[in-house]
Design a protein around this ligand. Sequence first.
Ligand code: FAD
Ligand code: NAD
Length: 469
Amino acid sequence: MSARIAAKLLVVGGGPGGYVAAIRAGQLGIDTVLVEAERLGGACLNRGCIPSKALIHAAARFHAMTETAEAGALGITLPQPPTLDLAATMRWKDGIVGRLNTGVAALLKKAGVRVVEGWAVFSDAKTCTVRGTGEPVTITADHVVLANGSEPVALPALPFGGAVISSTEALALQRLPKRLVVVGGGYIGLELGTAFRRLGAEVTVVEAQDRILPTYDEPLTEPVRRSLERMGVTVLTGARALGMAEGEETALTVRARDGEVRPLPADAVLVTVGRRPRLEGWGFERMAIDRDGPFVKVDDQCRTSMRNVWAIGDLVGEPMLAHKASAQGAMVAEIIAGHRRRFDPAAIPAVCFTEPEIVSVGLTAAQAADQGIETATGQFPFLANGRALSMDAGQDSGFVRTVARRDDGRLLGVQAVGMHISELSGAFVLALEMGATLEDIANTIHAHPTLGEAFHESTLKALGHGIHV
Ligand code: FAD
Ligand code: NAD
């Protein structure tokens, strides 16, 4: 016998998709139950966005202090290089995660959401049994939101275990690996690879494509490539990881671009070749729901092929980003409450927290050309931005590039690369969502001295009358 709960809405998964759906549903007066097997906040809060950004921050500070001790900077000298206690850094990072976990639990409670801890297994599309530490609970609901998220992809020749780790283990390391090999030069590989390099590890990145971060255009990634080179990260592009080498020393066997096969000694091999939707182990196959490739198929309201079963976040496809999951979650709650909503954003911002950071919102000029749209483009370098120079952030060839329709000046996309520019992503996406034109941005007074002036200047440049360039 198991306890039974009947609810109007059942949300499975307490990540940024599921917990936002549940809070919004609770706010709208919907009787809601949320099931989460691990800690609230999902991959993003517990082993993704937040811990990785905390580690990146700590690594940047350690690196700056190390450089200052070595060479002095800005008139500052340090008598000794700093020392690192990685276990203590991880405890500091865990403290941030813990505070946010508590916050999510409090927000769910405030919204009147019942949280059931345990792993949900569905017997049909509207019924699941949750097994946790207490007695099993069977939950039935009129509406079900699937927000089960994603998991790291393993390479067949490099299964996780021992020295071969995923981002989850990397974010919990207690000792710094002396030599770290990263397989996959995408988001996670480069964000964490940079952090571990700055903490003092020797880092090699093995990327199968011809260049790192292949989803961004080359001018955007070039400053990152140069920065990795300056930091002493070895980047092997066009290279394949073949498996762990046999022998006494732990090493990864790699086929380089020229065909040469050689071992790369490594204390840890971090595999970051993508993530895939988590569809196994919870009865998805019993729900009779259509798939779209590896993902759950949904329409523009996140409805699955089964009536009143909805799916959101990493489960339903690219981009696999926290803010997309949350936006879909809030939308589904509102549709269930009777609002008229569709998932049709003008753009979903993508930010890569490398050094320098990359932001991309909307279309590049090449993507617009593929759609037959003629564009006007304006690019402004941070080298000509007073704030960037005064923050010692103008030397990395960063820029803001604005792409607009040639006929009416309406913004189509904004791309940028530079230190600290993740915080500009809100301004870029707001401009696109509001349907702004080049003139709208050009006629908006931007505060001086700020990095945002580079956005302003890029629109002036596209209009043909840049002031500071
Ligand atoms: P998830 O966050 O994966 O949450 C799903 C939850 O469902 C999990 O907590 C899981 O335990 C639970 N669950 C699954 N099945 C069941 C079940 N049967 N019963 C009970 N519970 C279940 N995105 C960004 O936007 N910005 C970033 O900077 C960023 N950095 C990242 C860094 C790393 C290292 C990683 C790994 C990811 C990063 N991401 C980032 C991606 C981001 O974490 C995901 O896009 C986001 O977490 C997806 O949210 P979700 O709600 O769909 O799923
Ligand atoms: P990714 O898709 O960003 O990068 C994977 C990289 O691995 C690609 O460059 C690919 O060419 C390469 N690759 C694939 N197979 C390979 C092989 N056999 N050998 C060598 N290289 C190979 O994937 P990820 O870094 O694992 O991140 C997963 C997802 O998590 C991202 O797509 C993103 O949605 C999300 N994420 C976002 C952020 C952020 O928003 N800042 C940060 C981290 C993760």
